[in-house]
Design a protein around this ligand. Structure first.
Ligand code: NAD
Length: 261
């Protein structure tokens, strides 16, 4: 019997089969969960629908987190179809490429708002609509990165957005804990995905992360998925407001110490 047997949950943020959310979806399905997915626009639907169908998804519906009406419509569908919810996985972020390639000190007001809105506020927006459906308690997990805590070259305004996301995780955990809802964040090491390709010099970041990690390598989409599934499950019933690293131990080290291969 899987650790998510009997649970219904939403995987928010699959773009393609390289997405971290797809790693989570596969692990959650393997552990017995019934899944629902969102997609962003018609372009994404073409990729997401076949993937979701391959995991027998019961809900596959559009949601653009930049619009309240779109978020409402998505959660109305979830309410009509399931009436209840056990977990959500928020794996959504966006920043203008310019804001990641230009010096951080040149960040515009518009780029700051956009990054914070899509990458941090959207977790709050989804949580406030998911919580009333979590009648028997629940679990929410979002995806962060070390750039929230350290100045990582090329991560720029997304690091500020992740700092806001991590703080939001703690405040949501505070608000929702008495309702039996746990809220946690994963801090994943770098993985080659669509979103990651916008980060300046991502290839170098991956090399440095592998060299500076305790395991001497980068993590996989599946490793993030497996850890996420633990946080979604009752095995983590005493864990909330936590930032859990899945980065092969990079964050405990002194960075890239230049250890020869
Ligand atoms: P990805 O491109 O596969 O996923 C990002 C998702 O965000 C996409 O599905 C995209 O459709 C969605 N999205 C963007 N704007 C949206 C909007 N307005 N409405 C709805 N959805 C929207 O890339 P990923 O790397 O899997 O990213 C998932 C999460 O993991 C992000 O929060 C990212 O910051 C985080 N993360 C990624 C890495 C990495 O190295 N790839 C490391 C740590 C954390």
């Amino acid at each position: 019997m899987g650790i998510l047997e009997g649970k219904k949950g939403l995987i928010l943020g699959v773009a393609n089969n390289k997405s971290i959310a797809w790693g989570v979806a596969q692990a959650a399905k393997r552990e017995g969960a019934t899944l629902g997915f969102n997609y962003l626009g018609d372009n994404m639907e073409r990729r997401v629908r076949p993937l979701a169908e391959s995991l027998d998804a019961e809900i596959i519906a559009p949601m653009d987190v930049s619009e309240d009406a779109s978020i409402d419509a998505f959660f109305d569908t979830v309410k009509a179809q399931w009436g209840e919810l056990d977990f959500i996985v928020h794996s959504i972020a966006f920043a203008n490429k310019d804001a990641l390639q230009n010096p951080f000190s040149e960040t515009t007001r518009a780029d700051f708002h956009l990054a914070l809105d899509i990458s941090a506020y959207s977790f709050i927006a989804c949580a406030q609509r998911a919580a009333p459906l979590m009648k028997a308690g629940g679990s929410m997990v979002t995806m962060s990165y070390l750039g929230a805590e350290r100045a990582v070259p090329g991560y720029n305004v997304m690091g500020v957005a992740k700092a806001a996301l991590e703080a939001s995780t703690r405040y949501l955990a505070q608000d929702l804990g008495r309702s039996g809802i746990r809220v946690n964040a994963l801090s994943a090491g770098p993985i080659r995905t669509l979103a990651a390709s916008a980060v300046g010099d991502f290839r170098k970041l991956m090399e440095k992360s592998a060299r500076g990690s305790m395991l001497g390598r980068n993590v996989t989409q599946d490793e993030v998925g497996n850890t996420c599934v633990y946080l979604l499950s009752d095995l983590a019933s005493g864990v909330t407001g936590e930032l859990h690293y899945v980065d092969a131990g990079f964050h405990i080290g002194a960075g890239d110490p230049g250890i020869p291969e």
